[in-house]
Design a binder for this molecule. Structure first.
Ligand SMILES: Nc1ncnc2c1ncn2[C@@H]1O[C@H](COP(=O)(O)OP(=O)(O)OP(=O)(O)O)[C@@H](O)[C@H]1O
Length: 499
């Protein structure tokens, strides 16, 4: 009895009642919080659209530019600072008063979520990175949440992003390349690097007469005939193979053509040895239409080993040595069937110009060269005298006939026709345009010296080549001697394996 009355008096105490009220209030607040979260989630789930942009896909580039222009990341307090280069980095302006903001790019570490309004809609952005992602769309993704149920808002945003991207990139040629081992986005990620190159004028490419014009005309006609291809049931794609010695202008031609036609380039090299069938497939399938797909050194998919030396014998008691690690030359992991699949697959995407380059057309399989895969083969040769003269005039345009007539200095032209002096000293088809360009760069301030010095340069180059040939012969003989009787064609083993 005594205990009960004590309990009742305890319960009636004001301090106890206050504690209970506090407890109930806390529970209500907590439940309210949980309900709010639940409700927000329900609303979000019902009333939002999500989109993901994968690095390596062109749409990722559009959206990053869009977010940069909208200054979404400007509140960021962490930056990656990289020296300004032709490589595309969507940095924020460090100094709003200048156009290019100095010598470095300030690229925000985009990892914090950001919320902003766009045309009256709330949009939330976040980014995740996967440093070791190998296949499937690159190493970084942007996630977008738009608080609306109207899909057209998303598509308007993406279209606007694309238009802005095209506007920004139009004065340049955008060259997309694959990530590599040093890429911050991981090995093998597709198209993770974008370089902005100044457009190269077509006139700066010096080829045999008519060749460049016919190529430009061919590509222009192809791009304008989409409807015709559709009607005829022919895949709207065209393949070109540019072949010839290194330094004769194959890559430069493609870049200049891309600038002329306003196309972006997606370029990879099979010579890098890091691209296999799966990566090639991923890369090819994420190229947008109306773009150039360029495969450099395509012969690397065919070459088993340099000069086709016989198979290296399995080590045995008579010959217990394992194969030298470098006996195999750069052989791309891409297989012929993988390559053909990709080239044929380009047909399903409309408006693609496919370019391949090689220094060794003879290494290519006939299956690759058939029309439908390669529609035009263009041979690049060592420089002719005419090309040498044109190159000289590119360096010294003041010596062109026209310029001299205009300046009233025709006498100088008669006495000292420097372009002719230069070109006549150059033997036909012996040097590459790149070699001649390298020479002219040494004398870019002095046309007279450039023209006068060329006979001596030719003599020196010839003697250096002869010396090199002799050294190579000697090394080849030494290799053959060392491997005599081993069953190996040691002549083809790199010298580094012998010592
Ligand atoms: N025909 C050319 N006209 C103008 N410039 C040229 C020409 N050939 C070479 N060059 C110059 O030489 C350099 C190398 O040229 P480019 O890379 O286009 O040669 P390439 O044939 O593609 O070589 P590789 O087979 O090694 O890729 C560039 O700086 C380019 O400007």
């Amino acid at each position: 009895m005594m205990n009960l009355s004590f309990l009742v008096s305890f319960l009636l105490q004001p301090q106890f009642q206050s504690s209970i009220k506090l407890l109930v209030f806390g529970a209500v607040v907590q439940a309210g919080g949980k309900f709010y979260t639940w409700l927000v989630h329900r609303i979000k789930f019902k009333y939002y659209i999500t989109a993901q942009f994968d690095q390596g896909n062109p749409a990722y580039e559009w959206i990053v530019l869009f977010l940069t222009e909208e200054k979404i990341w400007n509140r960021s307090r962490s930056f990656r600072v990289v020296a300004r280069s032709s490589r595309r980095e969507w940095g924020v302006k460090a100094r709003p008063d200048t156009d290019n903001g100095g010598s470095a790019e300030y690229v925000p570490i985009y990892d914090e979520e950001q919320l902003f309004r766009w045309r009256g809609y709330w949009v939330e952005i976040s980014r995740t990175t996967h440093p070791h992602q190998r296949h499937g769309g690159g190493g970084s993704n942007i996630h977008m949440v738009i608080y609306t149920t109207d899909m057209s808002v998303l598509s308007s945003l993406v279209e606007e992003a694309k238009l802005r991207y095209l506007k920004v990139s139009s004065p340049h040629v955008m060259v997309h390349t694959m990530g590599d081992n040093n890429s911050p986005y991981g090995h093998g990620a597709a198209w993770t690097q974008v370089k902005r190159k100044a457009r190269r004028p077509l006139e700066s490419i010096i080829l045999q007469e008519g060749l460049l014009d016919s190529l430009v005309h061919d590509a222009q006609e192809f791009l304008s005939k989409e409807e015709w291809y559709l009607q005829a049931g022919i895949p709207h794609r065209r393949g070109y193979l540019l072949h010839g010695p290194p330094g004769t202008g194959k890559t430069s031609t493609i870049y200049a053509l891309a600038g002329e036609l306003g196309l972006e380039i997606y370029s990879l090299s099979l010579g890098s040895g890091t691209i296999d069938d799966a990566i090639l497939q991923t890369a090819a399938s994420s190229i947008p239409s109306k773009a150039i797909f360029l495969i450099e050194d395509i012969d690397c998919a065919f070459r088993a080993r340099e000069d086709g030396d016989p198979a290296y014998p399995v080590p045995n008691s008579a010959f217990p040595y394992p194969p030298p690690p470098q006996i195999f030359t750069k052989k791309s992991p891409v297989t012929l069937s993988g390559l053909l699949n990709v080239i044929d697959g380009i047909g399903s995407e409309e408006g693609k110009l496919f370019f391949a380059t090689t220094n060794y057309i003879d290494h290519l399989d006939a299956a690759l060269l058939r029309p439908g895969r390669i529609d035009r083969k263009i041979e690049y040769k060592l420089a002719t005298r005419k090309q040498a003269e044109a190159l000289f005039l590119r360096f010294f345009p003041q010596y062109s006939n026209k310029a001299l007539v205009a300046s009233g200095d025709e006498k100088v032209f008669d006495d000292r026709n420097l372009p002719a002096i230069f070109s006549e000293a150059i033997p036909e088809h012996e040097f590459t345009t790149a070699e001649l360009q390298g020479y002219l760069l040494l004398y870019k301030e002095d046309a007279e010296e450039a023209a006068n010095g060329i006979p001596e340069w030719v003599k020196q180059e010839r003697s250096e080549r002869l010396e090199k040939k002799k050294r190579e012969e000697a090394a080849k003989n030494l290799r053959a001697e060392r491997f005599k009787g081993s069953g190996i064609n040691g002549a083809n083993t790199p010298a580094s394996n012998l010592f």
